[in-house]
Design a protein around this ligand. Structure first.
Ligand code: NOJ
Length: 555
C-alpha cells in the first residue's frame, strides 16, 4: 500500500514507537537493530499503524539509552549503517508506514566531537561557548556554580578540572548545549535537512522546552528559588519553556515546510498544559505531546476532564491531539491500572510501586490488563493521533524485578539505587514463545533480562487467538481506519446511551458517521447501549457492558 500524498497525515495517525535496542535483533548480539526493524515491518503492517517513531539509533555510549548522541547524522554501528536505515525506510514506506525520527537538541553526549573540542580548547574559547560552561564558585573555583540537581538525580554541574563546570540537566554524559550559539542553531537545521533529505516524514523533538536558558543572574538562583517548571505560565523560568523558543522553532518550521509534503514534528514538552499549544502551533513544531493520561487514574471524571482540556487546547493551536498511554519513560499502562488508585494527587502510583521493587501496593495484573484494553480503545476513538508504545499490542506489563547488576537506566545509578528507573518498560520484545530470547534475536542474548513468563505473551501465542490483546489492537486499528472522519467529538449523556451510569462511571461519546465509544470505568456491569456492536475490549455479557470495558458501536 503506497503512502498517500496527504500533507495532514499526522493529524489522526496511529504512531507506533519503536525503541530500537529492544524491538528486534537481527545479528544476535542482544541489541535490537535497524535490520531487526526491517524484518518486522510485516508485523507493523498487519497491526495497521500509520507511522513509526524511532527512538534514537545514532552512535552513542548508551549512557541514557541513546539519548546521549555522539553524532546526529549517523547510525550506531551496533544498530546498523546508513544503508540499513535507507532500506528500513524504504520497506516501511512500501508498507504504507511513515517514519518519524527522534532529535535530541538539548544536549549532546560527552563523546560528541564538539564536547571533546570544548574540553581541549579551554575556558573562554568559542568551542566552550557551544555548551553551558561556568566558573566554579569559591577562591579555587571548586564549588559548583549553583546547587541545581539533574533530572536523573545528583548535581547538575560537573567540573572539568580547570575551574570550569558544565551544566547537564540530565546524565553527566549529556552536556547541555548553548542555544544562544549560532553554530548550535545552524547544526540542528543541518541535521533536520539530513534526515528529511533521506525521506523521513517527521521528527520527535526531545525535551523541546529546555533548549533556551537564561543564566545571566549572578549569583544564579538556588534550587529552592527555582520555580517548578510546569507551574510557570509566563515563560520566565530560567531553564525552560522560554519565549526564545518561538524563534528557534519558527526556524525549524521553515526548514520542515521547505519539503513536499512538509515534514511533521511533535514536541516532547513537559510544560504547564496551558503552555503546550505554543509548541503545537503551525508556525512552530505543529504538534506537542499530551502526557496527561500518563498521570491519570482509570477514572471517568479524570479522563473526561483531560479530553475536554486537550480538545480546547488544540482548538487554540490549530493542531491535533496526541494521546499517549505508555512510552519508554513510564510504567506500562497495564501495570499502572492494576494498582490501587492514586489518591495522593501526585499521580505517580506506578513509580512508587517500582520503587518498592514491585512489592507494594498490591498489583492486580488481570484487572490492570482489562482496564488497559478499555483505555486503549477509548483513546483510539478520540480525535487526534494516538501513540502506541512497542509491546503495548501484546499487553506487556512492566518488568519490576530486574536485578541491580542488569539495570542500565542512569536514574538507577544516580539515585543511587533508590529509583530503579525505566528499564522495566524496555525489556526486549517476545516474538516467539519457544525460541531463544523469545524470538527477539537469533541467539539467547538480550540486553535486558526477559522474565520466564515473557513467552506466554509472545506474538506467536497471540496471533489468531480470539480475544488476545494483539488481535484486539489489530481489529481496533482496522476499524479505526474505516470509521475515522472529521476531528469532532460529541459527549453523549446517559439518556443518549441508555446506560445507567452509577456515580458517573460511564463515558460515552460519538464521532462523525455514527461511531460511538462507550467506556464503563466502574467495576459493575451496566446495560449495553443500543447500536451495532463493532468491537469490545472484553467479553460482553448478554445485553450488558461489563465493568472496566469499552465497546464501539455503530448507530
Ligand atoms: C526524554 C526522553 O524520552 C528520555 O528517555 C531521556 O532520558 C530524556 N529526554 C533526556 O534526553
Amino acid at each position: 500500500m503506497p503512502l498517500t500524498p496527504d500533507k495532514d497525515w499526522w493529524r489522526q495517525a496511529v504512531v507506533y514507537q519503536v525503541y530500537p535496542r529492544s524491538f528486534a535483533d537481527s545479528d544476535g548480539d542482544g541489541i535490537g537493530d535497524l535490520r531487526g526493524v526491517t524484518s518486522r515491518v510485516e508485523h507493523l503492517r498487519r497491526l495497521g499503524v500509520d507511522a513509526v517513531w524511532l527512538s534514537p539509533f545514532y552512535p552513542s555510549a548508551l549512557a541514557d539509552g541513546g539519548y546521549d548522541v555522539d553524532d546526529y547524522r549517523d547510525v550506531d554501528p551496533r544498530l546498523g549503517t546508513l544503508a540499513d536505515f535507507d532500506e528500513m525506510l524504504a520497506t516501511l514506506h512500501d508498507a504504507g508506514i511513515r517514519v518519524i525520527v527522534d532529535i535530541v537538541p538539548n544536549h549532546t553526549s560527552n563523546r560528541h566531537e564538539w564536547f571533546r573540542q570544548a574540553l581541549e580548547a579551554g575556558p573562554g574559547s568559542p568551542e566552550r561557548d557551544r555548551y553551558v560552561f561556568r566558573d566554579g564558585l569559591g577562591p579555587d573555583k571548586d564549588q559548583p556554580p549553583s546547587d541545581w540537581r539533574s533530572t536523573f538525580g545528583g548535581p547538575a554541574w560537573e567540573p572539568v578540572g580547570d575551574g570550569q563546570w558544565y551544566l547537564h540537566l540530565f546524565a553527566v554524559e549529556q552536556p547541555d548545549l548553548n542555544w544562544d550559539n549560532p553554530d548550535v542553531r545552524e547544526d540542528f537545521l543541518k541535521t533536520l535537512r539530513f534526515w528529511a533529505d533521506r525521506g523521513v516524514d517527521g521528527f520527535r523533538v526531545d525535551v523541546a522546552h529546555h533548549l533556551a536558558k537564561d543564566l545571566s543572574a549572578d549569583p544564579l538562583p538556588s534550587a529552592a528559588e527555582l520555580p517548578i517548571l510546569d507551574e510557570v505560565v509566563d515563560g520566565s523560568h530560567p531553564l525552560g519553556d522560554r519565549e526564545e523558543l518561538t524563534e528557534i522553532y519558527a526556524g525549524w518550521r521553515e526548514v520542515l515546510d521547505s519539503y513536499d509534503p512538509p515534514r511533521a514534528a511533535v514536541a516532547e514538552a513537559w510544560v504547564a498544559p496551558a503552555r503546550r499549544h505554543r509548541y503545537a502551533r503551525p508556525t512552530s513544531l505543529g504538534q506537542a505531546f499530551n502526557f496527561d493520561l500518563l498521570r491519570a487514574n482509570f477514572d471517568a471524571r479524570e479522563f473526561r476532564e483531560i479530553v475536554d482540556r486537550n480538545l480546547a487546547a488544540t482548538a487554540e493551536s490549530g493542531s491535533s491531539n496526541t494521546w499517549v498511554l505508555s512510552n519508554h519513560d513510564v510504567v506500562r499502562h497495564p501495570t499502572r491500572y492494576g494498582l490501587p488508585d492514586d489518591t495522593s494527587g501526585e499521580g505517580d502510583v506506578g513509580r512508587r510501586w517500582l520503587l518498592s521493587g514491585g512489592a507494594a501496593p498490591e498489583l492486580d495484573p488481570v484487572r490492570g490488563l482489562r482496564r488497559a484494553r478499555a483505555a486503549t480503545m477509548l483513546v483510539l476513538a478520540l480525535p487526534g493521533s494516538a501513540y502506541v508504545y512497542q509491546g503495548e499490542e501484546l499487553g506487556l506489563p512492566e518488568v519490576a524485578d530486574i536485578p541491580a547488576q542488569d539495570r542500565q537506566d542512569p536514574t538507577f545509578f544516580r539515585s543511587p539505587g533508590h529509583d530503579v528507573g525505566r528499564d522495566g518498560c524496555r525489556v526486549p520484545l517476545p516474538w516467539a514463545a519457544d525460541a531463544p530470547s523469545y524470538g527477539f534475536g537469533p541467539t539467547s542474548a538480550a540486553h535486558l533480562p526477559q522474565p520466564p513468563w515473557w513467552g506466554a505473551l509472545a506474538v506467536d501465542r497471540q496471533e489468531g487467538v480470539d480475544g488476545s490483546t494483539l488481535e484486539l489492537y489489530r481489529a481496533a486499528l482496522r476499524l479505526r481506519r474505516e470509521l475515522l472522519g472529521a476531528e469532532a467529538l460529541e459527549w453523549l449523556d446517559d439518556a443518549a446511551v441508555g446506560a445507567a451510569a452509577p456515580g458517573g462511571t460511564v463515558l460515552a461519546f460519538g464521532r462523525p458517521g455514527g461511531w460511538v465509544n462507550v467506556t464503563n470505568f466502574g467495576a459493575e456491569e451496566v446495560p449495553l447501549p443500543d447500536g451495532e456492536v463493532l468491537l469490545a475490549s472484553g467479553d460482553l455479557g448478554h445485553g450488558v457492558l461489563p465493568g472496566e470495558t469499552t465497546v464501539w458501536l455503530r448507530r
